[in-house]
Design a protein around this ligand. Structure first.
Ligand code: ADP
Ligand code: 5GP
Length: 204
């Protein structure tokens, strides 16, 4: 099968914490084990139960993260909810060398920085249907303390404000019904040009 025009451009996935980015990605990698490569970021946060070093993240100390910044190892990096996260040049290079489409899962400060590089990705924003669902998902995931949920929700409002600015994202998918959202996400990941969803008002 011939490849769609956008297939070899990296795909930058962003959207508030708890919206379902990892869930969509997990499905995609399970359905297409050889087509896509996840850009495994470095982070200073602690692993959640079930997370494996080198798979979801490279888990590093704050000192190691600082050293990597000094070595100019990162395409972009940011502080999010009290921890540091960064995408290394090396991780993206490795994925691209394998001929796979590289998918990045990053927050808004990282998106801003990527826009000043020559990566030339497709920018996809995953939106919650409303703020109450986002809160419920963050709580139901069971990985955050109440104060961490609050922090992430406050940051979510800023990320949504940024997403509302013109030309920030190429496409929006609302993760309301997971199966519906996944079908759209799968098409975008495969490089199909689709009409996305409209960003909901998300004003409270
Ligand atoms: P993110 O990676 O964006 O932080 P996750 O993928 O960890 O978010 O999802 C957060 C929680 O929401 C998880 O418990 C997940 O099972 C749940 N979830 C994901 N998508 C949906 C959906 N469409 N409807 C209801 N719950 C969902
Ligand atoms: P979590 O702690 O829930 O895994 O991730 C928190 C936030 O950090 C999410 O919005 C995720 O997209 C973002 N993130 C993960 N890796 C990176 C990265 O390398 N750079 C940036 N800027 N954000 C990242």
């Amino acid at each position: 099968m011939s490849r769609r025009p956008d297939f070899l451009r990296p795909l930058v996935l962003s959207g508030p914490s708890g919206v379902g980015k990892s869930t969509l990605l997990k499905r995609l990698f399970a359905e297409f084990p050889d087509k896509f490569g996840f850009s495994v970021s470095h982070t200073t946060r602690n692993p959640r139960p079930g997370e494996v070093n080198g798979t979801q993240y490279h888990f590093v100390t704050a000192q190691r993260f600082k050293d990597l910044i000094d070595e100019n190892a990162f395409i972009e990096h940011a502080e999010f909810s009290g921890n540091f996260y960064g995408t290394s040049f090396e991780t993206v290079r490795q994925v691209q060398e394998q001929g796979r489409r590289c998918i990045l899962d990053i927050e808004a400060q990282g998106v801003r920085q990527i826009k000043n590089t020559n990566l030339n990705p497709v920018y996809l924003f995953i939106s919650p249907p409303d703020m109450a669902s986002l809160r419920a998902r963050l709580q139901q995931r069971g990985t955050e303390t109440e104060s961490s949920v609050q922090k992430r929700l406050a940051t979510a409002l800023k990320e949504i404000e940024y997403a509302k600015e013109p030309n920030v994202h190429d496409l929006v998918i609302v993760n309301d019904d997971l199966d519906r959202a996944y079908e759209l996400f799968k098409k975008v990941a495969q490089g199909e040009v689709i009409v996305g969803d409209k960003l909901p008002a998300l004003d409270g």
